[in-house]
Structures are given as structure tokens and as C-alpha cells.
Design a binder for this molecule. Structure first.
Ligand code: ADP
Length: 421
């Protein structure tokens, strides 16, 4: 049997999933972690821990491995791959002091013009004393894959988007080259491309096949999209977690920084999307999960609620309404909690619908079908309400774990148009 391993380095822990050639899950491993002053040590322990936890008979048959990291988690290494300083995590805002400088050379409204972009972080790190020892700039996923295959300076075009890599032309743009940052930027490959076989000592240490391939990785949110089963233009994934995140697969690329809309490349297609601050975090403010479940069951999904809210925890949204001062609208609040919840679920469904309309108005393919991930995906009442607004089939994602999507990449599916290994 041939097996494929996907490893997800997420925000709260690492996970690994082994699938067979029919994409069925054969094993699933978890490695939770606490916040740590030494992330590099935590990540390495997690990587080794997950490999050791794979049942031995499977380990010997793993043909390919891919790793996803959190987007814009980055680090600098010396010429041997040894980190020269602590990594900067996805949400580290220290690059914000570089924003004015970024604006002076990046095209207007480019995705790199953000306090947490990989390029903002690189510029910030380039001012540190440790920068003089640095030779390579890598993303989390690049470095973890390097630990397995031993080749430095390789990334994928999902991780490299927020570094400024031109994913349409497949090269670094002139404005970035002109900066002449004295560092080796990674060579960028399509996600899922085989990079090299495992280092012999790693294969021997973990009982893995010597010819097991390590492939270019991706980011955690794209991996979760790949897991959903969405493949064709017009198919979308809504994540109903703490916030509301929309992703729509399209033949056209859509970019609009005003609304925080940008597109990742996915083989011949584009993964367009936007994120709203509304979502489950607001529901959690008023209801426990048990209340959400029991009250939702009492709601008639076929009857529209008259309540028209814009549920937010604090003022401001970017997508589908771009207004940093947009006030939360949660009035009038009925005495009956069921009616209140009905109004909230329906209002979030309206915002979701408006989001997909906006993406389509900007040129994305017509919405055909919506898969759902996140805590709200299990709520059948909500699914029915959303179907009434969206006017397309609304389904649960086939799989929601990023590690599953990354295992598909290792199998040669998802990133490059679906030709298996
Ligand atoms: P995160 O984005 O934090 O990873 P999750 O995907 O774990 O979020 O989803 C958690 C959210 O799901 C919570 O904010 C909670 O309010 C919401 N949630 C949990 N159960 C339900 C339910 N039955 N119906 C609607 N929302 C729910």
C-alpha cells in the first residue's frame, strides 16, 4: 500500500494525518502545545513526536510528506539552516513600524502592505543585530520541511504570497528585487511539488522509507480549503468559526485591498476570499454551545426573522462592508432568546450572502455550492437558513482538518490540478 502524510502546524498545536491512495484516513495524530518562549524547540519536538506516533506498519509505506504552517510565520537561518533568532509568528505586529517604508515601494494596496505580512517581518528583522549572521529567509513550513529533506531556500507560492512573490508571473517582482535585501529569498514551487527524498538519517531514525518524498507545503487555511472537497470553479467554503471567512474558487483572480480581498493561486484556478469580524465569537458572547444547539432546534428555519443585525464584538469591519467604525447592530433585542438567536443566525447568513455577492461582482465565478467548516457547521438550522439566502446547496465539508488537505497535496492532489503520484 502507498500512504501519504500531511502535517499541520496550526495556531494551537500540530496534527498529522496519514491517508491511503483512495484518500481515506488511516491514522491521525495530535501534538498540542502551550505558548512557549522557544517556538523552534516546540516545533521540532512536535515534528519528531508526530512522526514517532505514526503506527509503524504505516510509517514504512509512506510515499510522500507535505507540511503546512501558519501563514506569515517566518524565521531567518544561517547557511546551515540553523535559526539565527526567534521566529516571528503569524500574528506578530512588530512589522507595523515598517508600514510607511513598505508603502513607499510596494504597489498600492498590495497584500504585503500589512503589519503582519512576511515582508513587513523580514524588513523588521533586517534591522536586528542577528541579521548579519542570516543567510536564508524561510517560512515555518519551509524550515520544517528542510528538517526532513535537508534542502535550504525552498518555499511554495501559498506561503510566499505575503512575501510579495508574484503568483501570476511566478517570479519575484522587480520592486522587491530592487530592494536588494541581503538575504536569500526562497525559490518558490507549486504547493505539492516533490522537493527531495528524506535525509537518510531521518528515514533511519523514524523507520520511514528512504525514498519517501518531501513535497512543497502550503498554509493552514488553504490546507483546510483543500480538505473540504471543493474543487471546481464556483465552489466555496465558508468557515463559521470565531469569525466568518469566505473562500470561493474562481477562474479569475480578484484583488481588492480596500475590502481585504485577495486571491491565492490554486493550480489553474484562483482561491478568492475575504474575512468578516462577525461570526461565532458574537454568538458565544450571548449563548453557551449547549444553548446554541437546543435553541437552534426550536427555530423554524423556513420563516424569516424580522430582526436585521450586524453582529460584531466591537466597531469595525472590512468585508463585506469596509468601515473601520461600523457600529455593532444588535438592537432591538427581543426578550425571547430563541427569537434573538434566530435574528443573529439570519443576520450572519445575510452578511455571508453579501460577501459572496461582492466577490462575484468583482469578477469571481458564479457561486454554485458552499461547503462549511468551523463550529457553526454542525448547526443544521443555520445551514437551512443560509441555504435560503445563498440559493445554492450548502453542505458540510468532507473533511475540515488542515492536515487532511496537506496529505492530499502530498498525494499530488489539490495544488497542481489533481494528477496523483
Ligand atoms: P475558531 O475560529 O476559534 O477556531 P471554531 O471553528 O472552533 O472557532 O468554532 C467556534 C465557534 O463556533 C464559537 O464561537 C461558537 O460560538 C460557535 N458554535 C459552536 N457551536 C455552535 C452551534 N451549534 N451553532 C452555531 N455556532 C456554534
Amino acid at each position: 500500500m502507498d500512504f501519504f502524510l500531511g502535517i499541520d502546524f496550526g495556531t494551537s498545536g500540530a496534527r498529522a494525518i496519514v491517508i491511503d491512495a483512495a484518500a481515506s484516513i488511516q491514522a491521525e495524530m495530535r501534538f498540542p502545545w502551550e505558548n512557549s518562549p522557544d517556538w523552534l524547540d516546540v516545533w521540532q519536538k512536535a515534528l519528531w513526536g508526530l512522526l514517532e506516533a505514526i503506527p509503524e506498519p504505516l510509517r514504512r509505506e509512506i510515499k510522500a510528506i507535505a507540511i503546512n504552517g501558519t501563514s506569515s510565520t517566518v524565521l531567518l537561518t544561517d547557511a546551515t539552516g540553523k535559526p539565527v533568532d526567534a521566529p516571528l509568528l503569524y500574528n506578530d505586529p512588530r512589522g507595523s513600524v515598517m508600514l510607511e517604508q513598505l508603502k513607499s515601494f510596494a504597489p498600492e494596496n498590495h497584500t504585503v502592505v500589512s503589519a503582519t505580512s512576511s515582508l513587513a517581518k523580514l524588513l523588521w528583522m533586517s534591522q536586528l543585530p542577528t541579521f548579519s549572521q542570516a543567510r536564508y529567509f524561510l517560512h515555518q513550513a519551509d524550515w520544517l520541511a528542510f528538517l526532513l529533506h535537508g534542502r535550504l531556500g525552498i518555499s511554495d507560492y501559498h506561503n510566499a504570497l505575503k512575501l510579495g512573490y508574484d503568483v501570476e508571473e511566478l517570479k519575484y517582482p522587480k520592486w522587491l528585487e530592487n530592494l536588494q535585501i541581503p538575504i536569500q529569498l526562497p525559490e518558490v514551487l507549486p504547493p505539492g511539488t516533490p522537493i527531495a527524498e528524506l535525509q537518510p538519517e531521518i528515514a533511519a531514525q523514524f523507520g520511514l522509507r528512504q525514498d519517501c518524498l518531501v513535497c512543497a507545503g502550503t498554509t493552514d487555511s488553504i490546507a483546510a480549503f483543500l480538505a473540504s472537497g471543493a474543487k471546481s470553479p464556483g465552489e466555496a467554503v465558508t468557515s463559521l468559526g470565531s469569525t466568518l471567512v469566505l473562500k470561493l474558487l474562481s477562474r479569475t483572480r480578484v484583488e481588492n485591498a480596500r475590502y481585504g480581498i485577495y486571491s491565492h493561486r490554486l493550480g489553474d484556478l484562483w482561491l478568492t476570499g475575504g474575512a468578516s469580524n462577525t461570526g461565532g465569537a458574537v454568538l458565544r458572547e450571548f449563548f453557551t454551545n449547549a444553548e446554541l444547539e437546543s435553541l437552534s432546534r426550536e427555530i423554524d428555519a423556513n420563516t424569516a426573522s424580522e430582526l436585521d443585525y450586524y453582529p460584531l464584538l466591537k466597531p469595525g469591519d472590512r468585508f463585506p462592508i469596509n468601515d473601520p467604525y461600523l457600529p455593532p447592530r444588535l438592537e432591538p433585542r427581543p426578550d425571547n432568546p430563541r427569537e434573538f438567536l434566530h435574528g443573529l443566525l439570519e443576520s450572519i447568513a445575510r452578511i455571508e450572502t453579501r460577501g459572496y455577492e461582492l466577490l462575484q461582482q468583482m469578477g469571481a465565478d458564479k457561486l454554485q455550492r458552499v461547503y462549511t467548516a468551523g463550529g457553526g457547521a454542525a448547526n443544521n438550522t443555520w445551514t437551512a437558513i443560509r441555504g435560503r439566502y445563498l440559493q445554492v446547496p450548502v453542505l458540510s465539508s468532507a473533511q475540515t482538518e488542515a492536515a487532511y488537505g496537506t496529505a492530499l497535496l502530498a498525494m499530488g492532489q489539490g495544488g497542481q490540478g489533481g494528477q496523483g503520484r
